[in-house]
Design a protein around this ligand. Structure first.
Ligand code: NAP
Length: 457
């Protein structure tokens, strides 16, 4: 796909970017590999951590400019873009402060002798990243791996090239050595060639199930480790004993944040029958109250989808759901506008035979299901190909905890929307992928956990 900045608020082309040639890729690979073999990557971690500290400070100092780039390029509300930028600084700072402890040798008691595990970088990584959090997704891979000493080459989504360039510039300005982070405007075939290259030792992809299975197969064919952060069809469980107003307010936010384009958005609302009618009314009221508009306008509460193809896809999905018997409870329209707007929408009465039942809707469309009891809620929650996150709202924390343990996902939040923080592991099971990003777990994905044993004899 062509690398272009198109403002999703009006679909005006702002800038087209020149793709990188095979020769440029070779230069980038050689540079990254040379860095991997240098004392900077393989030596003391203390040499690398100042880059992350500087990076965090630079991001904070450029918050407004970075936020504006993202809002203009992929339609995120300016306030949410600022939040994303701030989170990126937190992640960089978190690894600057904790990576040394995470990568310290770990001692093992053994009858064979004195034993410990050291953590070493493994080589150049190829990262493929999506547009929906155009900085945060990059930072989740970059920060831990810069600390660990793995050079990172990145193919960002083709609709956010300006974010890609801005992020690379941050690294250069923070003093990262050449090759530590390289942005590449490249095709899927070029990504495959890079993955096949012996200098590349790991692959991280965040994106759709389709791209994940293609890229993971390429990595597997060459016996390279991959982490996959893919789609989700997260539940938002509303139990009969919860604070319904709060559940509706947080639920609307959990579905509409980032115009509904969040992997861990609340996509399936599973509501106890005793409160189903009241919750639906409250959720509908919150959906009705949104203000569509320019993402740069502070008064806007729902921006456009990221691209015309995203909008066309969502329109087709909603139509298909209704054609297969779903009830369009609220919304369902794409207002007449140059931008990629879609009304907040609520679908009910979705049968298991309806294709919508198993599909991820990547936009402001909520599915609402009614259940008789907790067992039914768990059964419905787990009847999904995905297993990313989920939320449970209840006034009884012990009851919610019991449900949380039974839900087959990588993350569950109680009385909150599914969130993220540098110190918490992020990732899923089933078709939502494998591996974890962030926290102590994320930094261990692409390191050689090398055992050393000193024999007692
Ligand atoms: P996508 O189409 O898979 O795109 C993601 C990235 O993969 C882009 O850089 C894309 O490049 C690239 N790509 C696509 N096909 C490829 C191929 N065959 N080889 C190499 N690269 C390829 O995903 P999307 O639709 O933009 O993003 C939305 C999806 O990502 C949703 O399913 C969402 O749930 C998921 N997501 C998951 C997480 C998580 O952490 N689990 C976070 C965010 C999003 P182009 O742009 O050039 O096509």
């Amino acid at each position: 796909m062509a690398y272009q900045t198109i403002n999703p608020f009006n679909n005006q082309l702002i800038k087209a970017y020149t793709p990188h040639s095979d020769q440029q890729i070779e230069q980038a690979l050689a540079q990254a590999d040379a860095l991997y073999h240098s004392t900077w990557a393989k030596g003391d971690i203390e040499q690398r951590l100042p880059v992350l500290h500087k990076l965090a400070d630079l991001i904070d100092s450029r918050q407004e400019a970075l936020a504006k780039i993202a809002s203009v390029e992929m339609g995120k509300l300016i306030k949410q873009s600022r939040g994303e930028v701030a989170l990126c600084a937190q992640i960089a700072r978190y690894y600057a402060e904790h990576a040394k402890q995470f990568l310290a040798p770990v001692r093992y008691d053994s009858s064979l002798g004195e034993a410990w595990v050291e953590h070493h970088p493994i080589g150049v990584l190829m990262a493929v990243e999506p547009w929906n959090f155009p900085y945060y997704q990059l930072m989740r891979v970059l920060a831990p791996n810069l600390a660990a000493g793995n050079p990172v080459m990145v193919k960002h989504a083709s609709i956010v090239p300006n974010c890609a360039v801005a992020f690379e510039q941050l690294l250069l300005d923070a003093g990262a050595p050449q090759g530590a982070y390289t942005n590449l405007f490249i095709s899927a075939d070029q990504v495959a060639n890079i993955i096949a290259d012996p200098r590349v030792q790991g692959v991280a992809l965040t994106g759709s199930e389709k791209a994940g299975s293609i890229v993971a197969a390429q990595a597997a064919k060459k016996l390279k480790k991959a982490t996959l952060e893919l789609g989700g069809n997260d539940v938002f469980v509303v139990l009969d004993d919860c604070d319904l107003d709060r559940a509706a307010t947080v639920g609307a936010q959990a579905r509409l944040n980032n115009a509904g384009q969040v992997c861990t958005a609340a996509k399936r609302f599973i509501v106890h029958q005793q409160v189903a009618e009241a919750f639906l009314q409250k959720l509908t009221a919150r959906f009705r109250a949104v203000t569509l508009g320019d993402p740069l306008d502070e008064a806007t509460t729902l921006g456009p989808l990221s691209s015309t193809s995203a909008l066309d896809g969502l329109i087709a999905q909603v139509k298909n759901a209704v054609d297969h018997g779903a009830t369009l409870h609220y919304g369902g329209e794409a207002p007449q506008h140059d931008g990629n707007f879609f009304q907040p929408t609520i679908l009910t009465n979705i049968s298991r035979e309806n294709p919508a039942y198993f599909e991820e809707f990547f936009g402001p469309v909520a599915q609402v299901y009614v259940v008789q009891d907790d067992d039914h809620a768990v059964q419905l929650a787990n009847d999904s190909h995905y297993g990313l996150g989920g939320a449970i709202f209840s006034g009884d924390i012990e009851r919610a905890k019991r449900l949380a343990s039974r839900i087959e996902t990588g993350m569950v939040y109680i009385n909150s929307l599914t969130d993220t923080a540098p110190e918490l592991p992020f990732g899923g099971v089933k078709r939502s992928g494998f591996g974890r990003e962030l926290s102590d777990l994320g930094i261990k994905e692409f390191v050689n956990q090398k055992l050393v044993v000193v024999s007692r004899h």
